[in-house]
Design a protein around this ligand. Structure first.
Ligand SMILES: Cc1ncc(C[n+]2csc(CCOP(=O)(O)OP(=O)(O)O)c2C)c(N)n1
Ligand SMILES: [Mg+2]
Length: 280
């Protein structure tokens, strides 16, 4: 994975998004360390994708989370809930106190996304189900002649689930141009490297063969993410898919590329080191 180009930092729009991403990574560390559990590594790989969606692309109103014509977002790889909560907190859906109550009994923020939480559009966590929900939302919007769009993030390991491919078929069959999906291709799933557990290649061509408009992008480059989103807006007859190459734990030196932080929070010493690296 190539590092994000310095030119991105010089563009004010991209620099603002980079600042959101930095804050989101701090939130993820702080909330999972306060909880003493969670999935920081998988939450880090799609940070730029969610930052671009929530702070540049989606039509939402944090003051009115149930606005009927809002765009919808589905985090199909629901174990990365902290990245969604980080985006929602940054956008103003709930307070810092709520954010830091992650995973506590009775908290609004459970370990996996739940529609009871303000701003969460789909209950996920069992891998494979989120994309089907996103397809249903996009189809429902189209049938009611609404112009809202649906965005989703799925995992590469999640593509082992047969239900992903059922949803892929349906989305193309119904010509869902209002559906835009990012595949967070971080190369790892729970049991190890994706290519050893269940090979997916040629991954982009598989989605193309299913009838999607597909691009392969660097999932940490705001420029590439925004360019993909712009082209997706113009594609009305097919769903769009970005196979986004990412790195688990991207953004903190000792987490990047490590599977160690898939399903454990950082120790107190690691938390301090990570937050130091993520200082503004
Ligand atoms: C149906 C189902 N089976 C197993 C799990 C347990 N599980 C949680 S995360 C994970 C790995 C997911 O890999 P990937 O989709 O690549 O996401 P990443 O962790 O890389 O972000 C597994 C198997 C689950 N949540 N749901
Ligand atoms: Mg993965």
């Amino acid at each position: 994975m190539t590092a994000v180009q310095p030119a991105e930092i010089l563009d004010p729009r991209l620099a603002r998004l980079a600042e959101r991403a930095r804050c989101m990574r701090r939130h993820i560390i702080r909330m999972t360390s306060a909880a003493g559990s969670g999935h920081p590594g998988p939450s880090f790989s799609p940070v730029e994708i969610l930052a671009a969606l929530y702070f540049s692309e989606m039509r939402i109103d944090p003051a009115n989370p149930s606005w009927a014509e809002r765009d919808r977002f589905v985090l199909s790889k629901g174990h990365a809930a902290p990245v969604l909560y980080a985006a929602l907190h940054e956008a103003g859906y709930f307070s810092e106190e709520t954010m830091l109550s992650l995973r506590q009994i009775g908290s609004l923020l459970q370990g996996h996304p739940n529609v009871k939480t303000p701003g969460v559009d789909a209950t996920t966590g069992s891998l494979g189900i989120g994309l089907s929900q996103a397809v249903g939302m996009a189809l429902g919007a189209r049938m009611r002649f609404l112009r809202n769009r649906v965005f989703a993030v799925i995992g590469d390991g999640e593509c082992d689930e047969g239900q992903i491919w059922e949803a892929a078929l349906a989305a193309a069959h119904f010509h869902l141009g209002n559906l835009v999906v990012f595949l967070d291709h971080n190369g790892y799933q729970f049991d190890g490297p994706v290519d050893q557990v269940m090979g997916l290649e040629p991954l982009a061509d598989k989605w193309r063969a299913f009838g999607w408009r597909v691009e392969e992008i660097n999932g940490h480059s705001f420029k590439e993410i925004l360019d993909f989103l712009e082209r997706s807006r113009a594609c009305l007859d097919r769903p769009s898919m970005a196979v986004a190459t990412t790195v688990k734990g991207y953004g903190v030196s000792f987490m990047a590329g490590s599977q160690e932080y898939h399903a454990r929070s950082l120790t107190a010493e690691e938390t301090e080191r990570a937050l130091k690296e993520l200082e503004g």
